[in-house]
Design a binder for this molecule. Sequence first.
Ligand code: 13P
Ligand code: SF4
Length: 304
Amino acid sequence: MIDNIIEEIEELKKEKNAIILAHNYQPKEIQEIADFVGDSLELCIKASQVDEADIIVFCGVNFMAETAAIISPEKKVLLPDNRANCQMADMVSLDELIQKKKENPDTPVVLYVNSRAETKSEADIVCTSANAGNVVASLDGDEFIFAPDYNLGTYSAKQTGKTPIIVPEDGHCYVHTMFKPEDIKQAREDYPNAKIVVHPECNQDVKDLADYVESTGGMVRLAKDPEIQQLVVGTEIDLSTRLKRENPDKEFIPLRRDAFCLTMKIITLQKVRDALKEEKYQVEVDEKIAQKARVGIQRMLDLS
Ligand code: 13P
Ligand code: SF4
């Protein structure tokens, strides 16, 4: 049954000249059929380079697919389930951001890629968890407006010595803020020889206790380090699925086994097949918004 669906997907991909991009948090079976698996930055770069394909099937959440549609406007971008949203991306409203810009007219605006297209259209530059520090360092002045993740905003401020004006003050990821200092202390007791890596979206008290702070792509590279044999992984559970597949002789221990991003899991093989067959759900961004949002995304890509 599953083999049949995979065959159908392969045939439809050829027939429609499509490519499948998947985020590192996608379930195992989706990672396995994808043409490319990566973090938000890698997926954005890939989406900007897939000249040969007519259709991009994006297995991830809506802000990622929107970013692909903005950066690759000549392609049809499909999200296999149009309920796949990121709660954090909706935590900053356009009005709130515009108000903050009015209060601080000379301050550069950085939008975390985990945001909707219309808020990105108000950004001077976009960042991901892989490059937030570099993006902030590239800006003029000692202050920056940052939305919507409080933890990434304060982390990039710490990395650069600049002062963040964060909007909203409580923007967060419900998955990464589950991790607590006690989880790290427990992991140190249970796995005394392991290294511990956490995502920048975790709270600062958790980041302070970890050995490394990395984007999911950074975690993939770290796992290949010959010095690392056992790694405790403080991010969404399916990143460990990818790490194990690529490093079968090493041990990867999720920092919490309940760290699920529910909307990442609503993409299934059946839905990918149906997306290709019926060319749904097409991600469409208003061209005026897309034009403005593209500037901040392109500035980030130029820095990468
Ligand atoms: P990465 O860009 O590190 O893959 O993170 C995306 C994300 O949504 C983290 O929760
Ligand atoms: Fe959004 Fe958090 Fe899910 Fe990442 S893990 S997509 S930030 S809800």
